[in-house]
Design a protein around this ligand. Structure first.
Ligand SMILES: [Zn+2]
Length: 70
């Protein structure tokens, strides 16, 4: 299970290599059926500081209107 973060835009994350919070670069790591897996890498050393799953908004099926009577 990847590390999850709150649903806010991460601009700084704790880097395990720098041992301080560093500005991170967001990168698309994997496209999942239910969303995208984003990877956050330290801009100073390039170490991955964590990943986050960005879920796609649920889209209603196209045929959900009630049938019209005569
Ligand atoms: Zn770093």
């Amino acid at each position: 299970m990847p590390r999850q973060f709150e649903n806010l835009r991460a601009s700084e994350l704790f880097c395990p290599r720098c041992r301080v919070a560093q500005p991170v670069r967001e990168r698309l790591l994997l496209v999942l059926p239910q969303g995208d897996l984003m990877d956050y890498r330290c801009q100073a050393c390039g170490t991955s500081c964590g990943t986050r799953e960005v879920r796609h908004p649920p889209q209603p099926p196209p045929m959900m209107r009630p049938p019209r009577g005569p």
